[in-house]
Design a protein around this ligand. Structure first.
Ligand code: SF4
Length: 701
């Protein structure tokens, strides 16, 4: 008879899509992933969402890069190529690794050693790679390029939360995991759509609501959590501060705050109380759109809860006053003592799988690994000794600032690993022109992305299921992923590519495995104390901070003190300001952008995953049913959306969750890139653009 096929082997790893960090098992036969299953990880308890289950066949997509590419001599860099990978491909030829690496390094070295010096170079690392890749990448930019111009996409998601958290509680990570929902008496979710963007985290929130925890959902749009909520607060887009200050006003006025916690743990109460006098909910009603009565009800619920977990997302942070939004939210939790206890805490839901880890590892222009300022001489000399190289004390430029400097001709060369600024940056016409203007662009990626289409050298890297490495999820859980299949063709491990480039830029770097790099990180980063590679291999997941080699990490932090010089947190008053470019007669709508369940970020992976692409195959703009009728359109008809920066055409979709006057476009679609429309103005502190708010005009196409 016929022999049965050998059973598939299961390789334990982590889902590479979102910050939840679900543990997965890749079932592999003949170097092919046949199936993905959920494992019993601390963040997922066996659960997976549709991306984790069906989002992996992109690694074998026919467009996968399997050989290095070099731009043909004289081939023009045309931003129009971003729209068409086949057309872009014609401007490249295949090359050997030796030739491609030499060309890549020579171009970067020429700029570094030229008139503009190191400041004319920049690097974008990635929150989709491993901690080890992020760490080596920033070390290469800092020591090989000689500049702090290194950043990554956290700038475009939680930079405002990071700025406010560092300022007010002294640490940028969550104070409690989302699974603290299990013990919480109340959950406050604002500016987040976890059922779409953190689906497995959302299941824990729903479980908590089913158990009887109160759930307060605050958002300008209806969300998938609304039907589980005790209170749904629909507020006007961009008016977070008006709403949050009104809540704070009630809590102070009615003296229902946690006076003991405030007295013993928090500074700035008197100033905040004086500031809040002008924010009575009745006075804010017109601006926030929330009835004063509801604000008072929610304030009493939140302040009266035994323990409240406060979760937020891009709706809070992607704003020109995102840092103020986060300040007001942090003040709310501090005032009520909802930090540092079981079932209580501050939790900015991290977007990409490794936003937390890549930020910790130092992919930030003003901070070295573990958030030590570049200007801090003690931190610099410690790392100078460890790395054997001089470090610049001047903070570098951020993501959007780097492309603005490139457009002015001040940044001349870039190394981009696993990021896609030609889709993810605001005001894409300018961002793409800036990338096209560079003298030398090296892109390391899996596909000829919109950014790679403008490169001089393209280096084919490895996909997550092809590599060993650690990632750190939104809960501060450092988790290990293992290679399940080899990279295709001549594609190489990203760690190896970074080290090869480093050597060609004059650094004396050996070839390192992920475990070796992790070992160096543990020396450079006190946050990783007591977490070793061997321990990770054994336990799969360890939370930092961790007090001893055999102690479980601390899920809840700041029980007794905050990591600030005084040990106390700070209440920072937030004022009102315009949410961005205001609608007017010419551009009467507010446009908001974001993700949807099936597609991840710029779509480079999920749009090449068969099932996910079949579920959401085309770009859409969602509108309230009445707005669609007013435009004389029905769902599925074509609509043109224009802002002062550009226009796209896409399919109209009726969505009763949207209020009148607000339109939503996901940013994953090359053929109607939402970021052609968005406004590049930045929050002054977090330097994050306001992706959630700009003025737009909608008309039948
Ligand atoms: Fe992956 Fe996030 Fe879905 Fe989990 S919730 S399977 S980490 S995309």
């Amino acid at each position: 008879g016929r022999r049965a096929a050998p059973p598939a082997k299961e390789v334990a790893s982590i889902c590479p899509y979102c910050g939840v960090g679900c543990q997965v098992g890749f079932r592999v036969r003949d170097d092919r992933i046949e199936e993905v299953v959920g494992r019993e990880g601390p963040a997922n308890a066996g659960r997976l969402c549709v991306k984790g289950r069906f989002g992996f066949d992109y690694i074998a997509h026919p467009e996968r890069l399997t050989k290095p590419l070099i731009r043909l001599d004289g081939a023009p860099k045309d931003p129009a190529d971003c729209l068409d990978p086949a057309r872009a491909r014609r401007h490249f030829r295949e090359a050997s690794w030796d030739e491609a690496l030499e060309r890549a390094a020579q171009g970067l070295a020429r700029i570094r050693d030229g008139a503009g010096g190191p400041a004319a170079l920049a690097g974008f690392g990635s929150a989709k790679g491993s901690n080890e890749e992020a760490y080596l990448f920033q070390k290469l930019v800092r020591t090989g390029f000689g500049t702090n111009n290194v950043d990554h996409c956290t700038r475009l998601c939680h930079a405002a939360s990071v700025a406010a958290l560092l300022e007010d509680v002294g640490s940028a990570a969550v104070t409690a995991p989302f699974t603290a929902a299990t013990e919480a008496d109340l959950l406050l979710v604002i500016g987040a759509r976890p059922t779409e963007n953190h689906p497995v985290a959302a299941t824990f929130l729903k479980d908590a609501a089913a158990r009887g925890a109160k759930l307060v959902v605050m958002d300008p749009r209806g969300t998938g959590l609304d039907r589980f909520a005790t209170e749904v607060v629909r507020f006007a887009p961009g008016q977070d501060v008006a709403l949050l200050n009104a809540l704070l006003h009630v809590i102070v006025e009615e003296e229902i705050y946690d006076a003991a916690f405030v007295a013993s743990r928090v500074d700035g109460f008197a100033e905040l109380r004086a500031h809040l006098a002008a924010y009575a909910p009745e006075a804010m009603e017109r601006l926030s759109g929330v009835p004063a009565e509801q604000v008072r009800r929610v304030a009493r619920l939140y302040a009266g809860a035994r323990s409240a977990l406060t979760l937020w997302g891009m709706g809070v942070s992607q704003s020109v006053h995102g840092t103020d939004n986060a300040r007001a939210l942090i003040a709310l939790a501090l005032l009520c003592g909802h930090v540092g206890r079981e079932g209580a805490g501050l939790h900015p839901l991290r977007g990409q799988n490794n936003v937390q880890g890549a930020s910790d590892a130092g992919l930030i222009p003003m901070m070295l690994p573990d958030y030590r300022r570049t200007a801090d001489p003690v931190a610099r000399s410690f790392l100078e000794e460890l790395w054997g190289a001089k470090l610049d004390e001047q903070p570098g430029l951020t993501v959007v600032e780097i492309l603005q400097a490139a457009e002015r001709g001040e940044i001349r060369g870039m190394y981009v690993m696993g990021e896609n600024p030609a889709m993810s940056d605001p005001d894409l016409a300018h961002a793409r022109a800036a990338l096209a203007r560079l003298d030398h662009l090296v892109v390391q990626d899996l596909f000829l992305t919109e950014t790679a289409a403008l490169a001089d050298v393209v280096l084919p890297g490895s996909a997550w299921p092809e590599k060993d490495g650690t990632v750190t999820n939104t809960n501060r859980q450092v988790q290990v992923g293992r290679a399940a299949v080899p990279p295709p063709g001549e594609a190489r491990q990203d760690l190896r590519i970074i080290a090869d480039l480093a050597r060609r830029l004059g650094l004396d770097w050996p070839q390192l495995q992920a475990r070796d790099v992790f070992g160096e990180m543990a020396q450079a980063m006190p946050s990783l104390a007591n977490i070793t590679w061997e321990r990770l291999e054994r336990e799969n997941s360890v939370t930092y901070p961790c007090a001893a080699p055999d102690a479980p990490g601390e899920a809840i932090v700041f029980r007794d003190a905050f990591p600030t010089p005084s040990g106390r947190a700070r209440l920072a008053p937030a004022g009102l300001s315009d949410p961005g470019e205001m609608p007017d007669a010419e551009y009467p709508f507010v446009l908001t952008t974001g993700r949807e369940l099936e597609h991840w970020h710029t779509g480079a992976m999920t749009r090449r995953a068969r099932v996910l692409d079949a579920l959401e195959p085309a770009p859409t703009v969602s509108l309230a049913p009445a707005e669609l009728r007013r435009l004389g359109l029905a769902s599925g008809q074509r609509l043109r959306v224009a802002t002062r920066r550009g226009a796209v055409e896409l399919l109209a979709r009726e969505d009763p969750a949207l209020p009148p006057g607000l339109a939503f476009i996901p940013f994953a679609y090359r053929e109607a890139a939402a970021n052609l429309l968005t406004d590049p103005r930045l929050d002054p502190d977090g330097k994050i653009p306001g992706f959630k708010f700009c003025a737009a005009r909608l008309e039948p196409a």
